[in-house]
Design a protein around this ligand. Structure first.
Ligand code: PMP
Length: 288
């Protein structure tokens, strides 16, 4: 049986799934999306993903033609149809089909689709030994231009930074904000550890409020590991004892080199390892 995707209420074989070339999601990047994970048949932090999806849609003045409960139900149905219990789920809502011209008023109805896939973002070896990243010269969008808190279909800002990472031979890039402070990476949030404290920039520094980031903050709070949302300079990254990234696809991945400089001992540190273990315990725990 070939894999199926859910589009606007129908299951379609994945190779036959299509959207119109007049869809404003394609013409203008006008839409929002979520990257979600299912572990053992259960959607991880479903409510948080639904909240962010609906907040993102509201921020771009897009009305999703379903309730969060309906979207959740369709997502579970897509997992079931594809017989998947562990999956990366891509949930997309575009402005829909319209005319050539920016005006979303010409788009009659949003297009909604759900893809369930298997994903491995980074090689296993990087989880063991750590990953190298660079800081990109491209900065994160100014919040008053397009807020990085919106998970929109307009990822060109991040893609330009990702190309810089690829040029430098590394898989991820740190992005600074308009003031030169650390915001996040192209598709992951960033944390450092310094003197036993875990630090991450607040969302107001120009980062997405990552669901994995939220889970890590809760794990820290629950296990009495000091955690603070704090403005970070690139200098703070360079002098950190440890550094790691979080994301739905990446989970928790240690960073051991930034701009060619070893971080801490140059090996994944104890706090990163502990948080990663606790994260994996949590995703298993939630499911049982
Ligand atoms: N920042 C950006 C720009 C992202 O696209 C993502 C999601 N891939 C994240 C951070 C991490 O967020 P989450 O933990 O919700 O996947």
């Amino acid at each position: 049986m070939s894999a199926k995707v859910w589009i606007d209420g129908h299951f379609v074989p994945r190779d036959e799934a299509k959207v119109s070339i007049f869809d404003h999601g394609l013409l203008y990047g006008d839409g929002v999306f979520e990257g979600i994970r299912a572990y053992n048949g259960k959607i991880f932090e479903c409510a948080a993903h639904m909240r962010r999806l609906f907040d993102s849609a509201r921020a771009i003045r897009l009305t999703i033609p379903y309730t969060p409960e309906e979207i959740e139900k369709f997502t579970y149905e897509t997992l079931k149809t594809n017989n998947m219990s562990d999956s990366y789920i891509r949930l997309v809502v575009t402005r829909g089909v319209g005319t050539l011209g920016l005006d979303p008023g010409n788009c009659k109805r949003p297009t909604v689709f759900i893809i369930t896939e298997l994903i491995r973002l980074y090689p296993h070896e990087m989880y063991e030994n750590g990953m190298s990243v660079i800081t990109a010269s491209v900065i994160r969008n100014h919040p008053n231009a397009l807020s990085p808190r919106i998970k929109s279909l307009n990822y060109l800002n991040n893609i330009l930074a990702k190309i810089e990472a690829a040029d430098a031979g590394v898989p991820e890039a740190v992005m600074l904000n308009t003031e030169g402070f650390v915001a996040e990476c192209t598709a992951d949030n960033i944390f450092i550890v310094r003197n036993g404290e875990v630090l991450t920039p607040p969302a107001s520094e120009g980062s997405l409020e990552g669901v994995t980031r939220g889970a890590i903050i809760n794990i820290c709070r629950g296990s009495a590991i000091p955690i603070h949302e704090r403005r970070l300079e690139r200098h703070d990254l360079y002098i950190a004892d440890e550094c790691f990234l979080t994301g739905t696809a990446a989970e928790v991945i240690p960073v051991t080199k930034i701009d060619g400089r070893p971080i801490g001992t140059g090996k994944p540190g104890p706090v990163t390892k502990r948080l990663s273990e606790n994260f994996h315990k949590l995703v298993r725990l939630v499911q049982n």
